[in-house]
Ligand binder design. Structure first.
Ligand SMILES: Cc1cc2nc3c(=O)[nH]c(=O)nc-3n(C[C@H](O)[C@H](O)[C@H](O)COP(=O)(O)OP(=O)(O)OC[C@H]3O[C@@H](n4cnc5c(N)ncnc54)[C@H](O)[C@@H]3O)c2cc1C
Length: 300
């Protein structure tokens, strides 16, 4: 390609397209680079997204990218950005086809990847009967008993919520014991506590019928909530030297109130730069990051 862009947006889903659109509409030369692996691709439908409730994740992304490409100053590279270097006004981005492009500003919207607990039968149910967020997929789980896997203290909060979607059991996994406040909320909301760890998920995947416990018992379950550990889906921010902060679920990029990272000229939005992960929150952050990158082209 060897081309010069005002802004290169890396990541082309909720945050990335939302950042790229205002820039294209400002008639700026924008390249959006997307490897086509949105985080929610394991589920049938994305929920809670204005005007698109239940749409298949890859269909929603394709439609959003199609709309971006209607602008004459928009360019889309379908593939990976493999390396970034440089500084404000002179970033170089190496693409998977061996070409390099330059940009005055960068927006990182590359999302995160999930590291799931290594329980037999869990990975093949991810996004279907094993889900991270009750608001996204709790409604679609079959009526009946639900579980919340204890992976950290934040799982206690998930168990208190889960009772609105079905009779809930909190599995301590031998490492997350309810504190007094959680125990009182569990009692008030009818959440049971199981201390024998889940060792295997049972039934025809991607559905769930039950879990096997370490003591040999089998507990019937139609759905299991799991909050996975997350890490950046791409090493680009680290390559650039951007500062990260730590949250219980993993690291996230530090951005200021204008969505700029610790590296001047590098903006970031979406799951990679916040701890609350959802499509509408990523889109909102992306839209603001796009506007901030545009303002930075003008005011410096
Ligand atoms: C199984 C599952 C289901 C979910 N369901 C819902 C739901 O129903 N509703 C909801 O609100 N939230 C849901 N979420 C959360 C939601 O998926 C995220 O909050 C949202 O996708 C974040 O958007 P994003 O744009 O930051 O990142 P993503 O959507 O993950 O998009 C990042 C994009 O960047 C690309 N990329 C990464 N690195 C590079 C690179 N180096 N070069 C080029 N491209 C790159 C990726 O391939 C991807 O296309 C779900 C999450 C999971 C795990």
């Amino acid at each position: 390609m060897g081309e010069k862009f005002d802004v290169v947006v890396i990541g082309g889903n909720f945050a990335g397209v939302s950042a790229a659109l205002p820039l294209a509409r400002a008639r700026r030369r924008v390249l959006m680079v997307d490897a086509g692996k949105p985080r929610n691709r394991f589920s049938h439908g994305a929920h809670n997204f204005y005007g698109h409730d239940g749409k298949a994740p890859l269909d929603a992304m394709e439609e959003a990218q199609r709309q971006f490409m209607l602008y004459p100053t928009a360019t889309l590279f379908k593939g990976e950005a493999v390396r970034t270097s440089g500084q404000k006004d002179a970033f170089t981005i190496a693409l998977a086809d061996g070409s390099e492009v330059t940009a005055r500003r960068l927006v990182l919207a590359t999302g995160v990847k999930d590291t799931l607990p290594g329980l037999p039968g869990l990975a093949e149910r991810w996004g279907q009967s094993v889900v991270h967020c009750p608001y996204c997929h709790g409604y679609e789980l079959p009526p009946g008993p639900l579980g919340v896997l204890g992976v950290g203290v934040h799982s206690l909060h998930g168990a208190v919520l889960a009772a609105d979607w079905g009779p809930a059991t909190f599995f301590t996994q031998g490492k997350v014991e309810p504190d007094a406040e959680s125990a009182a909320l569990f009692a008030a909301r009818g959440v049971s506590v199981e201390r024998s760890p889940v060792v295997e998920l049972l039934g025809p995947a991607p559905g769930l019928e039950a879990v096997r416990l370490a003591d040999g018992r089998v507990a019937a379950l139609g759905g299991l909530f799991v909050a996975p550990q997350v890490s950046p889906a791409s090493p680009l921010a680290e390559q650039l030297g951007c500062v990260f902060d730590e949250a219980p679920m993993g690291p996230y990029l530090r951005v200021n109130e204008m969505k700029e990272t610790s590296i001047p000229g590098v903006f970031a939005a979406g799951d990679i730069a916040q701890t609350m992960h959802s499509a509408p929150l990523a889109a909102a952050a992306g839209a603001f990051a796009g506007v901030c990158a545009h303002r930075s082209l003008i005011w410096g």
